[in-house]
Design a protein around this ligand. Structure first.
Ligand code: 5GP
Ligand code: MN
Length: 338
């Protein structure tokens, strides 16, 4: 296990004001680790500003920390000014500075010191003090270790946030990133008062009718390739209009094609605004989809990765991705399974 760089713990002790940021379209780990760390820093008497580019998705509205999420860039600059510029920016769960969103340059220029805490395999170096551990299940797990290193006793709220972070990034402790220490940490969080059943229910039993309708439309697109080893689904903008679902409602849909017994890689192609197409990849250990995503200038983890395309339609993107995946899986031809 890698130790937390001393420069990180020391600069946290020595600083009073922190700006916490995470990746765009933040998921459970991004938000859970950000809000959890905010609670922990406040326990040390620090002042914290949690900046997000867009309001938090309805899927995570149950996180108590949502009240901290601030989209106001002006308010952020006032916070930094009031601190006399003595501020540390901490970027959480973002494997690439470009994933910090459209204000990335502004955020990284707020202070000469940016701490990066991340667990992505395909990590692109940025920031001054970096703690990157790809063997960690989640950034939430790392924030727990940081709290221990800082000598902070976890409150119920910080434990709640960190549990959500770990639970969502491990697919409820199912992925192979779930190590003994992941479960030990989860157990400590339960000791701190977290109720796993309550959190599971808040994460998974939260579908609206519109979201389930969208799922119906998306699953109807499922196509299998390479002797059922690859499953592909897609979502169009029209499906959102038809179902009345929100953009964030697609979270977790890729787990359905991934759940097929024969599937080694699941692909989810998402039509976005202005000719943008986003692709999510999921694997089960055999195929390293982070490497596949890198070929398309994306990134992620061995079993969960993604990338973006511009100026291509869904069919073109599917063709290009299948070409690569079929080669990786050792199939020369990638016909539709009969
Ligand atoms: P998702 O499929 O849930 O959007 O993302 C899965 C994983 O791939 C996440 O860990 C995420 O950070 C990474 N990922 C998704 N899209 C991109 C992208 O466009 N660029 C990079 N570098 N990573 C991505
Ligand atoms: Mn993560």
């Amino acid at each position: 296990m890698r130790r937390i760089p001393e420069t990180i713990t020391r600069s946290i002790y020595d600083t009073d004001h922190f700006v916490l940021v995470t990746h765009i379209h933040p998921d459970g780990d991004a938000l859970g680790s950000m809000f959890g760390l905010a609670d922990i820093l406040e326990c040390l008497g620090k002042k914290v500003f949690c900046f997000v580019e867009e309001p938090v998705s309805q899927l995570y509205a149950f996180l108590p920390g949502c009240v901290r999420a601030n989209t106001d860039l002006e308010a952020l600059h006032t916070f930094v000014r009031d601190a006399g510029g003595k501020v540390i920016v901490i970027a959480l769960d973002s494997g690439d500075d470009n994933r910090l969103g459209r204000h990335k340059d502004d955020l990284l220029a707020l202070t000469p010191c940016c701490i990066v805490i991340d667990h992505h395999k395909a990590h692109k170096e940025y920031g001054e003090h970096r703690w990157v551990e790809p063997t960690r299940s989640s950034t939430g797990e790392m924030v727990y270790e940081l709290a221990m290193a800082l000598g902070v006793e976890l409150t119920y709220t910080s434990a709640f946030h960190l549990y959500v972070a770990i639970c969502t990034d491990t697919g409820s402790f199912r992925y192979d990133s779930t190590h003994a220490r992941t479960l030990r940490i989860a157990s400590e969080l339960v000791e701190a008062g977290v109720n796993p059943a309550e959190i599971s229910s808040k994460i998974y039993d939260n579908f609206t009718v519109a979201r389930l309708k969208l799922l119906q439309l998306v699953l109807a697109t499922m196509t299998l390739y390479a002797s059922d080893q690859i499953a592909c689904i897609h979502v169009t903008r029209h499906m959102f209009t038809e179902s009345g679902a929100a953009p964030q409602d697609i979270e977790g849909f890729i787990d359905y094609p991934r759940s097929l017994q024969t599937v080694k890689v699941a692909v989810f192609i998402k039509e976005g605004q202005e000719g943008q197409v986003a692709v999510s990849l999921r694997a089960k250990g055999e195929c390293d989809v982070a490497e596949v995503a890198k070929l398309f200038n994306g990134g992620g983890h061995r079993n969960a990765a993604g990338f973006r395309f511009a100026g291509r339609n869904i069919d073109q993107v599917r063709g290009e991705v299948l070409d690569v995946l079929c080669k990786v899986l050792g199939n020369t031809q990638c016909g539709v399974a009969g």
